[in-house]
Design a protein around this ligand. Structure first.
Ligand code: GCU
Length: 677
C-alpha cells in the first residue's frame, strides 16, 4: 500500500512462525535516555517494532529491574548499571554489540548512535524472522557515511525524480519537519550518520538568518536519529551575499566572514557535520578565480569549521567543460588528477576530498577514478549516486550494488600493494584519520521516497555497504526484499532475479564496452542520444566516425589517462589485449571490426548486446506479472507501470543506438535485424 511505500523497509509487518520466538522479553530498558536522544529513539523504535512484528506491547523503563528485558544503551550507561562489559573493547565509534544469548537481549552502542543502530539491527533480524541466538560486535568500515541531497531553495531538486523537496519550499526551509524526521529515521536504520541537505550548486540565500534558523529546526528533527546536518556552500558568498568586494580565500576579510557565518550556524546547529563545497566546476565560483589553489579554498572552510569539530567535504569533480575535441590529447577524464595531484598533503586534516567513483560522471560503466590512488596524504571519500541520473531516472530498474561493489573492490595496486578502493577511502590503506562514503540520493515528497518502490533497494544497499562493503549484493537485496515485501518465496526469487539482471541489461541497451551511457548528455540525461556525446566541450566523447569508435586514453598514442593509474593497473589498460572488453572503448579507439575477446566484432557486439538487454527488460514485465496477488495491489500496479515503461523504452534505446551506429558504419548486422534489409 501507499503506507508501505512510505515505511519502506521499516514496515515491521507480522512474521510467520512468530510463536516460535517465545522467549522474547517482556520489557525494554533504555539506559540513561533523555527525550529525543538516539537511545530514547531506540527504546521507542523497539517498542514500535515489536508491537508490529509480534503484536505485543512492551513497556519502556529507564531502570534495570524488570526482566527478561531488551536492554539498550551506551557502553558507559551499561557499565554504570551492570558493571563490567568486556565486549566494549572491540567497539569503534558508532559501533554496537548485540547479544540474544542470555535471558536478556543486550544492545550496547559505543555511543548513542551505535545503540540506535544496534536496535535497528535487532529489529531487522526479527522482521526477517531470524530468531537464532547471536552475539556479535559490528563496527563501521568508515566514519563518514553521508547522503547528499541536491535540493534547491525553491523546492525543486536537481536530478531528483520523486517530486519536490522535503527540506525547502519557496526559498525557505520548511516549517513542518515531519517528513524530514521520517527520512532521518530511514537513514539511521541503514547507519547513515550525516546528510547534506542542499544542492552542490548552492544558493547563497541559505545563509539568511531566517534560513539559518530553519537549519536549526531541521537538525533538531534529525538529531534523535543521530543524523547530523551538513550544508553545501557557494564559494562566492562573501561577495554575492556578504557584500565584500572579493571572495579570495586568502583575503583576511573573507576568512573572517566565513568564520563569522560558521559561528552563527553552529550557534543554531551545535553538532553540524560540516560543509560540502563544489568549486571551480561547471561554472561554479572557486579559488582559481584569484589564482589560489583548490587547497587554499578548501582550507579556508576547514579553518572555520575546525573549532566546532566540523569537516569539509571538498569535491574533486573539477573540470573544464569547454574542452576542444579536435585535440586528440584532450580528456575530461584526466581533470581530477590534473587538478589535485600537486595538492596532495596540502589539505588540512579536517578536509576530505570527495571523489566520484569514476573519472567522468556516474556512467553505467567507468573504471575507478585514478585519483583514489593518487592522493596519499589527503583524506578521501567516494561519491556514489542513488538517484539514477544517467541510469534511467527511476523509470528503469537498475540495482546498483553490483556496480558499486566492482568499484569498491577494485585494487588500485598503489606501490604494488593491495589497495582496494574501499580500503583507501576508509583511511586504512594510506593511514588517514578520516574518510568514507557519500551518495547523492535526492528523495522527494513522493510517498515512495525515490519515485519507485524498487529503486529503494539502492538506498538500502548504499547504507549497508557503506557500513560493510564486504556485504554481498544479492544478500543485501534479499534482506531488503523480505523487509519490504514479506516472505513469499516467489516474490523473493523474482525480484532477486530481476534486480540482479538489471544493471547488465541497462548497460547492454544504453551503452556497452565502456562507451558510457549514450544518453542525452546536454540536457536531460534521459533516453538515447548518442549524437549528443561529441562535438561539444563537455568531454563525454566517443569519437565515433564511419570507421572507428572509442577514446584512446593510452599513454602511447592517446590522452595519457591510463598512465594516471599505478603502473600495475596502467599496464592493463594501456594494452588493448589486457583491457577488459567492458572497458575497451573507454581506453581504446578501435575499428568497428575490432575483435573482442569473445571473437565477435565490436559492432556486432553492439547490435547483439542491445537486443539482449532490451529482451531482458521485456522479461521483467512477465516476471513482475507473475507476482500479481502476491504483492498488495497498489505496489503491484505501481511497479507494473514502471516495468512496462522500461520494456518499451529499452526498445527505443536498442533501435536508436543500433540504427545510429549502423548509419555511421554501414556495417550490416549479421543477424539482419539492424539497417535496411
Ligand atoms: C552532473 C549533474 C549535475 C551536477 C553535477 C555535479 O554533471 O548532471 O546536475 O551538478 O554532476 O555533480 O556537480
Amino acid at each position: 500500500t501507499a503506507e508501505d511505500g512510505s515505511r519502506a523497509w521499516l514496515r515491521y509487518a507480522p512474521v510467520p512462525q512468530a510463536d516460535n520466538y517465545r522467549s522474547h522479553p517482556s520489557s525494554i530498558i533504555a539506559l540513561n535516555s533523555t527525550k529525543s536522544s538516539p537511545v530514547y529513539t531506540a527504546g521507542q523504535e523497539l517498542q514500535h517494532g515489536i508491537k508490529g512484528i509480534f503484536g505485543k506491547q512492551l513497556g519502556i523503563n529507564g531502570t534495570s529491574n524488570s526482566r527478561p528485558a531488551i536492554i539498550v544503551g551506551t557502553v558507559d550507561a551499561y557499565r554504570k548499571a551492570y558493571g563490567n562489559f568486556d565486549e566494549a573493547d572491540g567497539l569503534e565509534e558508532d559501533g554496537f554489540f548485540l547479544s540474544t544469548e542470555g535471558d536478556n537481549v543486550v544492545i550496547v552502542g559505543q555511543n548513542e548512535r551505535g545503540a540506535l543502530y544496534g536496535a535497528f539491527d535487532y529489529l531487522s533480524r526479527l522482521a526477517q524472522a531470524k530468531f537464532s541466538t547471536v552475539s556479535y560486535v559490528s563496527n563501521p568500515h568508515a566514519p563518514i557515511r553521508w547522503v547528499n541531497q541536491w535540493d534547491n531553495m525553491d523546492g525543486s531538486i536537481e536530478r531528483g525524480y520523486a517530486g519536490p523537496s522535503i527540506f525547502f519550499q519557496n526559498g525557505f526551509v520548511v516549517t513542518n519537519t515531519t517528513r524530514v524526521a521520517e527520512y532521518a529515521r530511514l537513514l539511521a536504520s541503514i547507519r547513515i550518520n550525516g546528510i547534506v541537505i542542499n544542492n552542490v550548486n548552492a544558493n547563497v540565500t541559505l545563509l539568511s538568518s531566517r534560513n539559518m534558523d530553519g537549519l536549526g529546526r531541521l537538525a533538531d528533527a534529525m538529531r534523535p536519529y543521530g543524523v547530523q546536518l551538513g550544508i553545501s556552500l557557494n564559494f562566492a558568498s562573501p561577495q554575492t551575499f556578504g557584500g565584500l568586494s572579493t571572495f579570495d580565500p586568502l583575503d583576511p576579510a573573507v576568512d573572517a566572514w566565513w568564520a563569522n557565518i560558521t559561528d552563527q550556524i553552529y550557534t543554531r546547529v551545535p553538532d553540524m557535520a560540516g560543509y560540502l563545497v563544489k568549486a571551480n566546476s561547471e561554472g561554479q565560483p572557486g579559488p582559481l578565480t584569484y589564482n589560489r589553489t583548490l587547497a587554499d579554498g578548501a582550507n579556508m572552510f576547514a579553518r572555520a569549521t575546525k573549532p566546532h569539530g566540523g569537516i569539509v567535504m571538498f569535491r574533486a569533480f573539477v573540470y573544464d567543460n569547454h574542452i576542444n575535441e579536435t585535440n586528440w590529447k584532450n580528456d575530461r577524464a584526466n581533470a581530477a588528477v590534473d587538478f589535485f595531484k600537486d595538492l596532495d598533503g596540502k589539505f588540512d586534516d579536517n578536509v576530505v576530498v570527495q571523489i566520484k567513483y569514476g573519472p567522468i560522471d556516474f556512467q553505467v560503466r567507468e573504471p575507478a577514478s585514478p585519483l583514489f590512488s593518487t592522493l596519499r596524504k589527503t583524506n578521501t571519500a567516494i561519491e556514489l549516486q542513488v538517484t539514477q541520473e544517467y541510469l534511467g531516472q527511476q523509470c528503469h530498474l537498475v540495482y546498483l550494488a553490483p556496480l558499486w561493489k566492482e568499484i569498491l573492490e577494485f585494487d588500485m595496486k598503489a606501490d604494488d600493494r593491495p589497495s582496494k578502493v574501499k580500503d583507501i577511502i576508509s583511511g586504512e590503506r594510506f593511514s588517514r584519520p578520516i574518510g568514507g562514503f557519500a551518495a547523492v540520493v535526492n528523495v522527494g515528497t513522493n510517498a515512495t521516497w525515490l519515485g519507485s518502490h524498487l529503486a529503494m533497494s539502492n538506498l538500502y544497499a548504499y547504507g549497508i555497504m557503506a557500513w560493510d562493503p564486504a556485504a554481498q549484493s544479492e544478500e543485501v537485496l534479499g534482506s531488503w526484499i523480505r523487509l519490504t515485501f514479506g516472505f513469499n518465496r516467489d516474490v523473493m526469487d523474482t525480484i532477486t532475479d530481476m534486480s540482479m539482471k538489471s544493471w547488465p541489461a541497462y548497460e547492454n541497451y544504453s551503452g556497452n564496452l565502456g562507451i558510457q551511457t549514450l544518453t542525452d548528455i546536454l540536457y536531460t540525461h534521459f533516453g538515447p542520444n548518442p549524437a549528443s556525446q561529441d562535438g561539444n566541450g563537455w568531454g563525454q566523447w566517443t569519437r565515433a566516425d564511419s570507421f572507428s569508435i572509442g577514446m584512446d586514453r593510452t599513454v602511447k598514442n592517446g590522452t595519457g589517462n591510463a598512465g594516471q593509474y599505478s603502473p600495475a593497473v596502467a599496464q592493463v589498460y594501456e594494452n588493448i589485449n589486457t583491457t577488459p572488453d567492458n572497458l575497451l572503448l573507454w581506453f581504446h579507439h578501435v575499428n568497428y571490426t575490432q575483435r573482442l575477446k569473445s571473437g565477435k566484432t565490436a559492432i556486432q557486439h553492439f547490435y547483439d548486446a542491445h537486443y539482449e538487454g532490451a529482451a531482458t527488460a521485456q522479461t521483467f514485465v512477465k516476471q513482475w506479472e507473475s507476482l500479481q496477488g502476491k504483492i498488495d495491489a497498489e505496489r503491484y500496479e505501481h511497479v507494473l507501470f514502471r516495468q512496462t515503461y522500461q520494456a518499451g523504452h529499452s526498445l527505443v534505446w536498442r533501435d536508436s543506438i543500433n540504427q545510429f551506429y549502423y548509419n555511421l558504419s554501414q556495417i550490416p548486422d549479421e543477424a539482419k535485424r539492424v539497417g535496411n534489409h
